[in-house]
Design a protein around this ligand. Sequence first.
Ligand code: ASP
Ligand code: MG
Length: 457
Amino acid sequence: MLVMKFGGTSVESAAAINRAAEIVRTRVSQNPVVIVSAMAKVTDQLLTMGQHAGLGQRDRALELSRSVRERHYTTAGELLGTGIFTQFHTELEAEFDALDELLRGIAAVGELTPRTTDNVLSFGERLSSKIITQAFSARDIHSHLVDARECIITDATHTRAVPLFDETNARLKNRLNPLLHRSHVPVMGGFIASTRDGITTTIGRGGSDFSAAIVGAALDAERIEIWTDVDGMMTTDPGLCSDARRIKVISFEEAAELAYFGAKVLHPATLLPAIQKNIPVYVLNSRNPKCEGTRIISQSPSCRNTFKAIAAKKRITIVDVVAARMLGAHGFLRAIFEAFDRHRCAVDVVSTSEVSVSLTVDSNEAIPKLAADLAKIADVKYEGRKAIVCLVGENLRGTPGIAARVFTALGEINVRMISQGASEINLTFVINEDDVPEAVRRLHAAFFSELDPDVFE
Ligand code: ASP
Ligand code: MG
């Protein structure tokens, strides 16, 4: 069997759901389980509704709910034609009535708890999975709706609940295997789950990839397909460098480093249950299904190129803390990090010298306050409009002379901070934001002009 996960943009409209159906049809003989996200933007809208309701703004919440309802009705109508839609409409209506009831309740209490948030957010996948199951059936795909909340069991850490794997694996097998034996195509909403007591939970934003990995690992899938709206992972952002190429195969660790530094395709950390079982994960494009995408595997493929990709993350601020006498003093670094923690600024890159420590954070409005706080213990400067550039590749491990080649390629571009991660598969440095396009072009020319055809398109 295999798992096919369709993200929000791959189910965003009737046209998108039609494309998804045709893709699933090509795999029916391989026993797919289909996992779907909410239609694009719906989870954000549900969150906004919940927040309005939590502030007592009942009418604003209900108004937004009405527009989401209309979008789902229109999509279902387009997919199903009047005959089936008339019957199915009642079912959708019941869901939306339940959502509105919930919003009214939240508004009456004037409080949105994490538990209620999960309940509100769950409607996105509950609705999309219902509509998609009907659409598949109407296209002669033997689909069967499975409520993920009956199979994926978590603790009660609402909004980022943690799966209880033993129970989840057993339930998934019990529920899905009989359907697969009868050649049915189970369709489940991603992202949603429940506690042992049947209270709805969610497993973190973007969690449908995680759902796909959980299901794939439980059922020992041959592979997991993550259907998105890009051709896969690229050597760099094609918007920055027109020579960017598709990466055909990449290791899990490399993909994880890239995700951290700005490649937005998916969060590989969520694929861990599958990777641990050696199940390959494919990132594929539902708008271009012929493209073979990117395969993510646990072991690094052998590759003649040093690096797999270059990622750049903009909107970075460098904070320099200078403390000539105190830097080595006991507890000083801790005091610095505690200040970052108090202001909820997550640190990406750190480098220290004898007298100073430089740290990078995503640019945000807390930085002036953070700096004022730090100024009590040291001299502080901060400078925005910086960018982190990160080169990733398993071959970095144990290849001498790479840093020299990287900095030679950069030429006169000014480098502010350098760090090589403990994972030994990334080389990271910080430059001015304005230098990013030129830096990426130079590095791409230096390291990707000749490509290993087994690894790159
Ligand atoms: N719909 C959820 C979200 O937007 C989960 C997902 O799409 O993966 O976060
Ligand atoms: Mg996603």
